[in-house]
Design a protein. Sequence first.
Length: 179
Amino acid sequence: MTDDTTTPAVPTEVEPSRPAGRLARASRPIPLLSLALVASLLFSAFLLLRGSEDDEGERGELLAIAETYAVNLTTYDSARLDADFARVMDVATGQFRSEYEVAQDSLRELIVKYQGKATGKVLARAVLSLDGGRGEVVLFVDQTVTNTNSDQPKIDRLRMRMGLEKQSGRWLINKLDLV
């Protein structure tokens, strides 16, 4: 009678298969190549971080300028209206400049007639886009208006979408939409 329960012999040590010749040399890490890869990754990370810092700086600059311009647009006094209008025209270009030049005459007439005064205050602002020399900012502005036509100050809650472009190193308003 034969014993069917015998277990086959299992090798106690398995020898790993090794590639032969050139294949074995190609699979080993080459120290110089590894060093170049690490250096390349570090340099890429440096450029990425530096670029994002530059973007944040430019975004901050754009926000601060847009806020100043929004306050200038919404603040006026009939006693110094020429200076108020000139301040806005100084930063106007393109489509916005054309529209503002046309609107000035009718605005002037009403502001002087009713001895109007207004003060703008930016409540919130955000960059919608920034691409090189062009940017777009949304601003939430409260404008407090007083005039002889009303006993109480009136607060206008304005939402602006301001387009800006950089000309000769200076941001200018090229478009303004009330939204």
